[in-house]
Ligand binder design. Sequence first.
Ligand SMILES: NC(=O)C1=CN([C@@H]2O[C@H](COP(=O)(O)OP(=O)(O)OC[C@H]3O[C@@H](n4cnc5c(N)ncnc54)[C@H](O)[C@@H]3O)[C@@H](O)[C@H]2O)C=CC1
Ligand SMILES: CC(=O)C(=O)O
Ligand SMILES: [Mg+2]
Length: 472
Amino acid sequence: MQGGIGGKNIILRLEISTEHIQFGQLITLVNEHGGDVIAIDVIRTSEKATVRDITVTIADPAEIDRMITRIKKAQGVKVLSISDRTFLLHLGGKIEMQPKVPIQNRDDLSRVYTPDVARVCMAIHEEQDKAFRLTIKRNTVAVVSDGSAVLGLGNIGPYAAMPVMEGKAMLFKQLGSVDAFPICLDTQDTEEIIKAIKQLAPAFGGINLEDISSPRCFEIEQRLRDELDIPVFHDDQHGTAVVLYAGLINALKVVGKALSDVKIVVCGIGAAGVACTKILLSAGAVNIIGVDRNGALTADETYEHPMWNWYAQHTNPERLSGTLSEVLKDADVFIGLSAGGILQREDVKRMKEAPVLFTMANPVPEINPEDVEDIAGVIATGRSDYPNQINNVLCFPGIFRAALDCRAREINEEMKLAAAEAIASTIRPDELNKLYIIPGVFNEGAVQQVRKKVIQAAIASGTARRVPRDFR
Ligand SMILES: NC(=O)C1=CN([C@@H]2O[C@H](COP(=O)(O)OP(=O)(O)OC[C@H]3O[C@@H](n4cnc5c(N)ncnc54)[C@H](O)[C@@H]3O)[C@@H](O)[C@H]2O)C=CC1
Ligand SMILES: CC(=O)C(=O)O
Ligand SMILES: [Mg+2]
């Protein structure tokens, strides 16, 4: 994957010789490639040439390179720079640190810093729990990645992972008022990652693990959960699982089926596939069959991957074997967390009537929704350009808001189920339909509802160390 021009909006800085070409000719050229000029800024002008920034929006990104090639060849035009709006938005990073109070005089200085700060330090030294009251720990989460499984891009390393982690930090703040720090570690060694996160933990009230590949993600998360007293949550596992379950609650209502009765095929038994299966089992699903590259996982086989042995023993009650296509026969639900384009229309036709298809591979879903919309009961994808987007951003701001507010020791199963039910319940029965099973990302009610239900679950399950004022 190249870091070149990939967006739909680009800004071209052009030096245009007034003698050789008219501006209208350039606009025509842009239009010929399906582009529209949406802004023109004059940067400088002289008798012979004008330098302008031309913002172009283009429907088919594949046309961008062809258009630029023609502009470069046009007589009297020099392309000085090409940028896209996405890259411009990333210049210098997307977040910054802001003090809460200004330091205006010596008195302020001595209170925020030495000598007075020493009294605060000693108060925490005497009672460590005071770190939650007297430092940023109370409202701060570390978003930690090793860059090993970034979105669907694979192992692109810690530097390239940073834009995603910065984006997550923005979403934490905007949607959940949680201060989040992006941290990308320059190691992919399990023990080193665990050690580094434990060493960072004093500053944070929670750890959001992000884009760490399976199977290492399972051990890293479990060890940190055991060894730290703050919530540790692998978002790609549990955030995805919470939102998937929320979507499935509503999808099954649309098709009039019960979770305990349906046959569910999960394709892609990695980080997300395992976590989605676990939440569905906790919620009462009985007949789940996992499929990976070599077909269905069954207790009749032994696997190298310890998680797959666990998986095979806790799913597939009829011990089905065979390919995805074979085990899909008479299935009610398909959950894809694998790779783009691997599901065929013929496979969907073998499923029961009104099949529910959650084709969540990013950026290309397991099947193109247009190919099966006439035969599917409900379709959801991971993308924002189709209805029913299943994305963990619907979960992590609210679930961490809740965990911080009640100072939860962990984010447990009860809290995850409560989050899923809260997300599902933000869609009223009269709103629910096959194209609207899950709230949109900017639905403010969803975050508040998640916070409320997750705090209740944390208190009821005994993991809350504080009852927030609005719950007293
Ligand atoms: N919509 C969302 O919010 C999310 C979507 N995803 C998507 O789910 C997919 C998996 O993500 P992770 O679980 O993090 O990755 P992972 O690498 O841990 O797991 C992927 C699994 O899919 C299997 N797989 C690959 N090709 C397959 C095929 N042709 N047939 C059957 N199995 C196949 C792999 O062997 C692996 O076990 C990615 O495309 C990712 O973008 C992941 C997390 C959240
Ligand atoms: C959504 C997300 O966290 C991912 O694709 O990795
Ligand atoms: Mg992720």
